[in-house]
Ligand binder design. Structure first.
Ligand SMILES: Nc1ncnc2c1ncn2[C@@H]1O[C@H](COP(=O)(O)OP(=O)(O)OP(=O)(O)O)[C@@H](O)[C@H]1O
Ligand SMILES: [Mg+2]
Length: 324
């Protein structure tokens, strides 16, 4: 083992999972360092949950190797299970049990020693802010509280790594933010957090991100690096009167690849920001548009991901046509 391997919470190489002839996860390789918040992003069906299930020792890979908390994902799955917390995409709490009874139930599942049960329960209730809810039936809690309770139950045994599969889907923005406060608190205690999400604001909160698309890892890096290094195109913000009418005009300018409405204005994806900005401005002024403002802006993570996914689609298009 390389000395630096001890700094890794997760290390996978060429991880693959097939279901029959369908490849759900296709030779994925990455590391997650201890204490990191690692965000795993990708559209529906990309392979996020399948990857997590392999890392948690629930689903066997069909090829590739990996370790989680230093244990082999193929033949040390029991050790992995006792060293991780897992909040599945469809996490299960018992709706007809109270908050405390759910915690007690999971204490049993995780075999928390009897002398530690009480202390761990109080810790979870404190961390998740569930004091006022402790005797309530879980079924009547709002989605945000259920998710905090589910996270609490997943970390009762003090695992050094937690896997959270879309933990905040379907809850309001305030609850999502409060949930992220908990994630940060865990991270501050040195816990490694592996989290999937569809929300771009949450992606920005992560230390590092992996983008998976059709089973393949197509980008890996910090949010900052992905925004500055991975997008080959530039993005222009265009403000003018009647932006909807201006769209086809802008599309005609040399070097413009794509134009979309964005708030009150437009975003244009262009080959070269400086020259396209001049071209767009002069075309709009020429056509009589008033109050034209064009400036190059830093792409958002969403711009980057859409651009990477579309580039991947273009790459695969000819092959698909050949097959037909
Ligand atoms: N047990 C299974 N048998 C057959 N196909 C499966 C199985 N589990 C997952 N798949 C397929 O593998 C692909 C990846 O699924 P996965 O659940 O990992 O996606 P995901 O990225 O988590 O998507 P979502 O964002 O919708 O949760 C999908 O096409 C899915 O239908
Ligand atoms: Mg999923």
């Amino acid at each position: 083992m390389d000395a630096r391997d001890t700094d890794k919470a997760v290390a996978v190489r060429d991880l693959e999972r097939r279901f029959g002839s369908f490849v759900a996860v296709n030779h994925v390789s990455f590391d997650v360092m201890k204490g990191e918040i690692f965000g795993f992003l990708g559209p529906n069906g990309a392979g996020k949950s399948t990857t997590i299930r392999m890392l948690c020792g629930i689903l066997a890979p069909t090829a590739g190797t990996g370790t989680v908390a230093g244990f082999d994902i193929r033949d040390q799955t029991e050790q992995i299970k006792s060293h991780i917390g897992y909040m599945s995409q469809k996490f299960s709490l018992y709706e007809d049990l109270t908050v405390e009874e759910n915690i007690d139930f999971y204490s049993g599942i995780y075999r928390i020693p009897p002398d530690k049960k009480r202390e761990r329960k109080e810790w979870v209730i404190e961390m998740a802010g569930l004091h006022e809810h402790r005797r309530l039936r879980t079924g009547i809690l709002s989605g945000g509280w259920k998710q905090r309770l589910a996270l609490g139950c997943a970390i009762l045994h003090e695992p050094p790594i937690v896997f959270l599969d879309e933990p905040t889907s379907g809850v309001d923005p305030l609850s999502r933010r409060q949930f992220w406060d908990l994630i940060y608190e865990l991270s501050g205690r040195g816990v490694t957090v592996f989290v999937t999400t569809h929300y771009m604001d949450e992606a920005e909160y992560c230390d590092r991100l992996g983008l998976i698309y059709r089973g393949e890892l197509i980008a890996l890096g910090t949010p900052g690096a992905l925004k500055t290094e991975l997008m080959r195109e530039d993005v222009l913000s265009v403000l003018c009167e009647h932006p909807q009418d201006a769209m086809p005009e802008i599309e005609q300018v040399a070097g413009v690849k794509e134009v979309a409405l964005f708030g009150r204005g437009l975003h244009a994806v262009v080959e070269d920001g400086a020259s396209a900005a001049v071209g767009v401005r002069s075309r709009l002024v020429e056509r009589g548009y008033q109050a034209v403002q064009v400036e190059q802006i830093a792409p958002s993570l969403e711009d980057v991901f859409v651009s990477l996914i579309e580039a991947r689609d273009r790459l695969e298009q000819p092959q698909r046509e050949v097959r037909r």
